[in-house]
Design a protein around this ligand. Structure first.
Ligand SMILES: [Zn+2]
Length: 427
């Protein structure tokens, strides 16, 4: 029995097809004319575009609660003086409110899978499950070279992985997430590499985001951040390295040989002025799997992956020339490449793949005229164009409506006011 039938939807190649979904998988795709009878629900998609759901390959969803904080500051001061002190004051209720807000924004804007790094992820997994999203959650590992902190962080990481396993939701899995080479000791990094190998799970790390990070790594260890990670066993096919802005030709060769994926966060990089951009053309030519993320709403300030696609395309063309990236490559970064990086068969419309799909309003101004749909999706559509989000076969946004939206926004406003102060929230 088909659970959901999407009838007569326009696909990115301009052709109309009917898609049927059973459980959490795409059970079949056929030409519109052939049809398929007998489904729990039929969705007439005559005026809709169907496409794979988007994967946000690097974010910190809770930080939606800190959206807009520290406007105009550069990365190191922004983290040291503002973000880390605020994070230290967050209670479980603040964290849940931030995660619910982040999930709401992602569902509304077509993200079906996200790769998250934060604290208390085990506790937050229930909030993510309640929002209906698919996610890989990594407990942020930071020991700041302190042995006592390392032991506590290891305990926290193991507890988080256990809580995610006990939740038993197939949409939500754990990752090991060493924050970066500048916040984790050598011993901590080695522990993370071994634990990720033991669990056969993704390893999520920030890498070569600023020139300062690279310079201090060279001075301290006599090698670049990717070379240090490779030496300590952290680079492999299940690694997702976020940023990779300041990398050399040798680093690119190393990343490509290791099979690691890199995640590009163009908006965050530009806003925090990290002094460069991820060299997409060289990474892509070397065969590296490049995906796309937003980073947090505190440094972006949006989790809308359509904005991320547009920024990635514009920034790459600005830096490397008009032909340096085409719309289809950007779309792949935001869909199938992200799923692949996280070891999931999704981000693609294919029989047997995960039923994570979104439907866009073809009557939205940004989609008119209706030619070259891939370019429209990458360059003119926005999260507002999305009408339906289907994740693991469930309709999570239904004709623009998401469950509990008002309650999620009210709680987030209240918790942000409590944490930061009333001046940041007009309501
Ligand atoms: Zn980040």
């Amino acid at each position: 029995m088909t659970d959901l039938l999407i009838k007569n939807a326009k696909c990115l190649d301009g052709r109309r097809r009917t898609i049927w979904i059973e459980g959490d998988k795409i059970a079949g795709i056929t030409d519109a004319s052939k049809g398929h009878g007998g489904a729990d629900r039929e969705l007439d998609a005559e005026r809709l575009l169907v496409m794979p759901g988007l994967c946000n390959a690097h974010t910190h969803a809770v930080m939606s609660l800190l959206r807009g904080v520290g406007e105009g500051m550069e990365l190191v001061r922004w983290l040291d003086e503002l973000i880390w002190p605020l994070e230290a004051r967050m209670s479980d209720r603040h964290l849940r409110a931030g995660m619910a807000l982040g999930c709401l924004e992602m569902v509304r804007t077509g993200t079906t899978l996200f790769n998250d790094m934060y604290f208390r992820e085990g506790m937050l997994a229930g909030t993510v499950a309640g929002a209906g999203l698919r996610a890989v959650l990594g407990e942020g590992f930071m020991d700041q070279n302190d042995e006592e902190r390392r032991e506590q962080t290891i305990e926290r990481t193991l507890a988080s992985c256990k809580a995610i396993e006990e939740l038993g939701d197939p949409r939500i899995t754990g990752a090991i997430a060493p924050h970066s080479i500048y916040t984790v000791s050598r011993e901590g990094l080695i522990w993370c590499a071994e634990e990720a190998r033991r669990r056969i799970c993704p390893l999520h790390v920030h890498l070569s985001e600023t020139a300062e990070e690279v310079g201090s790594c060279m001075r301290r260890w006599g090698r670049s951040p990717p070379a240090l990670l490779a030496e300590l066993g952290l680079l492999g096919p299940r690694t997702v390295a976020a940023h990779c802005v300041h990398i050399s030709e040798d680093d690119i060769a190393l990343l490509s040989r290791s099979g690691a994926s890199v995640s590009h966060q163009p908006s965050s990089n530009m806003k925090l002025s990290v002094g460069g951009q991820m060299p997409y053309p060289a990474l892509s030519a070397a065969g590296t799997n490049c995906c796309l993320g937003t980073d947090s709403a505190a440094s972006n300030d949006s989790l809308d992956m359509f904005q991320a696609m547009r920024a990635a395309s514009h920034l790459c063309r600005h830096g490397f020339g008009a032909g340096s990236i085409i719309a289809q490559e950007v779309l792949n970064m935001a869909t199938v490449n992200g799923y692949r990086a996280l070891g999931l068969d999704g981000g693609v419309l294919r029989e047997g793949a995960l039923a994570d799909l979104i439907l866009l309003d073809l009557d939205h101004c940004s989609m008119v005229p209706g030619n070259d749909l891939v370019s429209k999706v990458v360059h003119s559509a926005s999260g507002d164009t999305v009408r339906y989000s289907i994740i693991a076969g469930k309709v999570v946004m239904d004709d623009g409506k998401v469950m509990n939206e008002a309650a999620v926004k009210k709680e987030a406003s209240m918790m942000a006011r409590d944490l930061i102060g009333g001046e940041l929230d007009g309501r």
